[in-house]
Design a protein around this ligand. Structure first.
Ligand code: UDP
Length: 219
């Protein structure tokens, strides 16, 4: 039987941060080190941080039981495009989770997630596909998080919050707790700037910054 081949897709900043977590995870599972590679469509080098970098075409052409990818690219739109391409090619998605991530009760996380060191997901949470939770970010109780959502380091999502697809929560931002039946809503594709303190719903496609967070009007 041919062993699976695992990839971290994206060999830039995000991918280089994810690779060591992926390595540790696969080592714990007894997967040989050579069965983990970077995939990048525009590789800057053949080897990055000691790991082989394959183009997507070469990855697909490599002999493997299953081809498994985690999309380590911060841009949610690119993640969605690449996810579709991988799916069309029969590539599967794996999730990368640091050993010290804390996950409490009744938490569902969709395929292709990246949970970085010191992430906490508390209880009764639903999270969609290809979620990125960067270092020290958390999701508190009774939250619903859509697909391709990105949390930068230290993003704080308190209880009873709905985050729609493609939203980006900046580093150190704080989202105020909603109420049962009246969640705080971060709309589809919205951007919450770093350090923002969000006390009200954020409309889809908008950017908010500051404390209390206000709409960023671009001039
Ligand atoms: N990339 C790719 N295929 C694509 C788009 C991007 O392989 O269709 C790669 C790109 O070559 C780069 C990485 O994804 O190496 C994105 O890196 P970037 O520094 O832009 O962002 P980050 O690492 O923060 O997500």
């Amino acid at each position: 039987m041919i062993a699976d081949l695992f990839a971290v897709y994206g060999a830039s900043g995000c991918g280089r941060g994810v690779m060591p977590i992926a390595e540790q995870q696969l080592r714990r599972l007894g997967v040989p080190a050579e069965r983990l590679v970077f995939v990048d469509d525009r590789p800057s080098a053949a080897v990055v941080n000691g790991r082989r970098v394959l183009t997507y075409r070469d990855f697909l052409a490599s002999s493997a039981g299953r081809h498994q990818v985690v999309l380590a690219i911060a841009d949610a739109g690119l993640r969605e495009t690449l996810a579709q391409r991988c799916r069309d090619d029969g590539v599967e998605f794996w999730s990368v989770r640091a050993a010290n991530v804390v996950v409490m009760d009744d938490v569902e996380v969709g395929e292709g997630a990246i949970l970085s060191p010191f992430v906490t997901l508390t209880s009764n949470i639903r999270i969609g596909r290809h979620f990125h939770a960067n270092l020290y970010s958390y999701v508190e109780h009774d939250c619903i998080v859509g697909d391709f959502v990105t949390f930068a380091p230290g993003a704080k999502c308190n209880g009873n919050i709905v985050i729609e697809d493609h939203a980006y929560i900046g580093s150190g931002a704080v989202l105020k707790q909603g109420r049962p039946g009246r969640p705080l809503v971060i709309g589809r594709g919205a951007v919450v700037g770093m350090g923002a303190v969000v006390t009200k719903d954020v409309a889809p496609g908008t950017t908010v910054v500051g404390n209390p967070a206000k709409l960023l009007v671009k001039v």
